[in-house]
Design a binder for this molecule. Sequence first.
Ligand code: SAJ
Length: 418
Amino acid sequence: KKICVIGLGYIGLPTAAIFARAGYDIVGVDVSERVVNSLNKGIVTIEEAGLPELVKEAVEKGKLRASLTPEEADVFIIAVPTPIHEDYTANVDYVINATKAIVPFVKKGDVVIVESTIPPRTMDDVVAPILQEAGLDVQNDIFLAHCPERVLPGRILIELIENTRIVGGTTPVAAKKAADVYRAIVTGDVIETEALTAEMSKLMENTFRDVNIALANELAKISAKLGVNAHHVIELANKHPRVNIHQPGPGVGGHCLAVDPYFIVEKARNESVLIKLSRDINNSMPEFVVEKIEELTVQIEKPKIAVLGLTYKGNIDDVRESPAIEIYQLLANNPRFETVAHDPHVQQDQVAFPLLSLEDALHDANVAVVLADHNEFKTLNSQYVASKMKTPVVFDTKNCTNLDNDYLTLYKIGDLSG
Ligand code: SAJ
């Protein structure tokens, strides 16, 4: 069997590699020449545990290759991004373009799967009509389904195989045919449903998390006001068997949690009150962090702030929608501060400002603010940090460091008592 995977990003590439390992012939399609050329040399351009080895092997065995244009195949998997417009509505242009690009190659009996996260009704209202208008009968001749990806960056290769998959067909037969594609590689359950239910369940998974994080972030703000340690409160409340308060932080980033809830809001604006408010609360966290940094440095004339961590979460290289970048910019735009940044996982060409080594960033700094829970920060040594800084103050917004108050003053997002 041959599979054509459109979009060789965080989802498409690992998916392509796993199917290739299972013995399928895979052609991966991407609009970027750089991505296509590197892949054909067996080189991976994204950071994900285990991926370089897997891709290299698949390419060497001739099971995986890349191309700028789609080809005939038995199965088409569309895994392109769905970014968000400035007015917080979904931009499904890449999904539309990918669907149009495969149209000339889709034949009777083929399975067409959209993995990209999409607003509810996109399969029925946008994707199906494109294929239909091109003369393909989506009720009978081809099998069209939405199978949302649900993997966690950093654990993609494990979760692609072990997680339960939801397959929403535009017809029951399509659901079955598409589900069978995944059953060849997935050890978790593969559940068949309708396209709209699949679209909505994917969006609600991330919305559930976003709303719960908003609750934790609100608790952090309340705790700052009342002078109570939010981290202790969470730990104790979570001893209850049915309570699971999430972790407060500098905001919610990434291209999933910070985006997907808006896809629901867009389609049911008046009804999505809590969902919208949660987005607003999480979006307010960078400002909250900067406010606290201002409070910590009122006495200092031109405080030097060392921003440690720019990715949207720990141990990845992804800076998309990262609240850390926003915090850096808020600080850098404020002439009161001298702001420097360090991130061991980010390359200089990913950001528009200079990246320093840890040592240079900490040198003579007044406050070090930890914005990502990278392993490198979890193991920071108190004496080392204190020895480099001018005034040894650390603000840990991820509650991840193991620094001790003997050598420096440690503030946390949920505990600003110092
Ligand atoms: N965060 C908190 N507090 C928490 C948990 C997370 O502030 O208690 C923050 C993180 O620091 C980060 C953001 O939330 O900025 C999102 O991180 P995440 O690890 O929760 O999720 P993502 O965006 O990397 O991946 C999510 C996952 N969804 C769920 O866990 C429900 C993943 O399974 C999805 O596949 C992915 O979105 C996606 O592509 O939709």
